[in-house]
Ligand binder design. Structure first.
Ligand code: HAM
Length: 427
C-alpha cells in the first residue's frame, strides 16, 4: 500500500469487477423470483431516523445498542445508517398509506446495510442484503411463501445444499410464561455465564439462547422448550406453517433454541445455513434469516397489521457459491478489436458501434502499442475472432478477420462485415 494512502474504512470493501458475475446473477435471480411470486420493488433511504430502530428493533438489542453508525445533522436530526431493512420497510408502509392498498403488500429490496461489528470472515461493517416482506399478512401461507421464495432463490443460484432451521417464539402473551421458565432454569448457573448473558438475563432473557460463547452454549441443552409454552393460536399457526412446508417437501429442522437477534419477531422465526462439510465454520453463519413481526407496524405508529419476511446476506451467499464451486460466466465476448494508428482507431470505434447494433460483444486492448501485443491480449480472452485494422485497411475501408483458433486471416470490405460475422458466429 503506498505511503500516505487512505484505504477504505475498516470492514467496508470495494466490489470488484472479478465478482461482477456473482452480484449480477444474484440480482437477476432476486428480480425473477420476486416477479414470479408477485412481489414489488421498494427502495428506502440509506439514512433513517434513529427512533425507527430504537422503537422497531429494540433499544436492548445488540444491533441498536452497540452496532449503529449514527450522526446528528446541522438541524439536530439524529440519523443512522440503516442496520437492517424491515423497520424501514414498515416505516415506508405507514408513511405511504400502503394499508389502504389491497392487502397484503408484498415488497422486495436490496442494497447496503451497516453494522459496527468486529470485522471478520463473512462479517463486515458494510454488507448487502436482499429482502422480501409481506405486510398485512396474518395467514401462515405467507410464512411458508417467504421460506419458499428464499429457497427458490438459493436453488436458482445452484445452492441446493442448505439447511432451514425454524422455530416459533410465540406472541408476547405466551412468551411471558416462557421467559419466566427460562429465567428459572438459568438462575442457578448465572454466575457461570459470560458478562453479556448476565445482562441478557435481566433485560432480554430470550437472547440467552443465542449466545455463541462456549461456556454459555453448554447450558442450552437443558433449556425449557418454547413450543411447550405456546398459546393455542400460536401453536395452531406454527403447526400450519410446518404443514405448508411439508406439503411443498421443503425439508427443515425444528430448532427450539433459534430466537433471532432482533426484538420485533413474534411466532415463526427461521434461518438458512449452507449445508455440507466443506467449511464447518462458515456453515455456522446464517445465509439469511427472517420471521414474523405481528406488532412492528403498530409499534412504529401504524395500524395493527401483521407482517412476515426475510433478509439474506449477499456477500455470504457469494462466499457459499464459491465454496460450492458454482461457476458464473461473466459477460462472454464474441470478438476482439485490434487497431494500430490514428485513422484505424477512429475506424475501429465506428466498427464497434455497428457490430454492437448487430448484437455482437467485443473487447479490445487499443492502449497497447503493437498489433502483436493486442493479439496476445486477445488470445487470453478465448474469443472466436479478432477484427484487425491497420492504416492500410482503414484507408481502403477493409478489415481483417482472424480466426483465433486456426490463425487463418481474411481481408473483407467493411460493408460486408456484419453479414460475415453472422455467418461465423452463432447467436
Ligand atoms: P439479520 O439476521 O440481522 O436479519 O440479517 C440477515 C442476514 O444478513 C444474515 O443472515 C447475514 O447473512 C447478513 N448479515 C447480517 N450482518 C452481517 C454482517 N455484518 N456482514 C455480512 N453479512 C451480514 C435482518 O436483518 C432482518 N431484517 C431480516 C428480516 C426481514 N426479518 C424479517 N424480514
Amino acid at each position: 500500500m503506498p505511503k500516505n494512502f487512505f484505504a477504505s474504512p475498516k470492514g467496508m470493501k470495494d466490489i470488484l469487477p472479478e465478482e461482477e458475475g456473482f452480484w449480477k446473477k444474484i440480482y437477476q435471480s432476486v428480480e425473477k423470483i420476486a416477479k414470479d411470486y408477485d412481489f414489488h420493488f421498494i427502495e428506502t433511504p440509506i439514512l433513517e431516523k434513529k427512533e425507527i430502530f430504537l422503537k422497531g428493533v429494540g433499544e436492548e438489542s445488540e444491533l441498536v445498542s452497540k452496532q449503529m453508525y449514527s450522526l446528528t445533522t446541522k438541524g439536530k436530526e439524529k440519523l443512522v445508517l440503516r442496520p437492517e431493512g424491515t423497520a424501514p420497510i414498515c416505516r415506508a408502509y405507514i408513511e405511504n398509506g400502503m394499508s389502504s392498498l389491497p392487502q397484503p403488500v408484498k415488497l422486495y429490496y436490496y442494497g447496503p446495510f451497516f453494522r459496527y461489528e468486529r470485522p471478520q470472515r463473512a462479517r463486515e461493517r458494510e454488507f448487502h442484503q436482499f429482502g422480501f416482506e409481506v405486510l398485512g399478512a396474518k395467514d401462515p401461507f405467507y410464512d411458508a411463501l417467504v421460506v419458499l421464495v428464499f429457497t427458490d432463490i438459493l436453488k436458482s443460484l445452484k445452492l441446493k445444499d442448505f439447511i432451514v432451521k425454524i422455530n416459533s417464539i410465540g406472541c408476547r402473551k405466551c412468551r411471558k410464561k416462557y421467559l419466566r421458565a427460562l429465567k428459572k432454569y438459568y438462575q442457578p448457573y448465572l454466575k457461570n455465564l459470560c458478562s453479556d448473558c448476565q445482562k441478557r438475563f435481566e433485560v432480554n432473557p430470550l437472547r440467552l439462547l443465542d449466545c455463541k460463547e462456549e461456556k454459555c452454549s453448554l447450558y442450552k441443552k437443558g433449556v425449557p422448550i418454547i413450543l411447550d409454552f405456546l398459546c393455542k393460536d400460536c401453536k395452531r399457526h406454527f403447526k400450519l406453517v410446518l404443514e405448508f412446508l411439508d406439503y411443498l417437501s421443503l425439508p427443515y429442522y425444528l430448532d427450539h433454541t433459534l430466537v433471532r437477534g432482533l426484538d420485533y419477531y413474534t411466532n415463526t422465526v427461521f434461518e438458512i445455513f449452507l449445508g455440507g462439510e466443506e467449511e464447518e465454520e462458515f456453515s455456522k453463519l446464517s445465509l439469511g434469516g427472517g420471521g414474523r413481526y405481528n406488532e412492528l407496524i403498530k409499534f412504529l405508529g401504524g395500524e395493527n397489521v401483521a407482517g412476515v419476511g426475510f433478509g439474506a446476506g449477499i456477500e455470504r451467499i457469494i462466499e457459499a457459491m464459491k465454496i460450492k464451486g458454482v461457476k458464473i460466466k461473466v459477460n462472454p465476448k464474441d470478438l476482439f478489436l485490434i487497431a494500430l494508428g490514428g485513422e484505424a482507431k477512429k475506424e475501429i470505434l465506428a466498427v464497434w458501434r455497428e457490430i454492437k447494433k448487430a448484437g455482437f460483444k467485443a473487447a479490445e486492448a487499443i492502449e497497447k502499442e503493437s498489433i502483436s501485443a493486442q493479439l496476445r491480449a486477445a488470445s487470453k480472452l478465448n474469443v472466436k475472432l479478432a477484427l484487425i485494422l491497420g492504416q492500410r485497411e482503414a484507408a481502403e475501408k477493409t478489415i481483417l478477420i482472424k480466426d483465433m483458433e486456426s490463425g487463418i486471416q481474411e481481408e473483407i470490405p467493411q460493408n460486408k462485415l456484419i453479414k460475415e460475422l453472422k455467418k461465423r458466429i452463432e447467436k
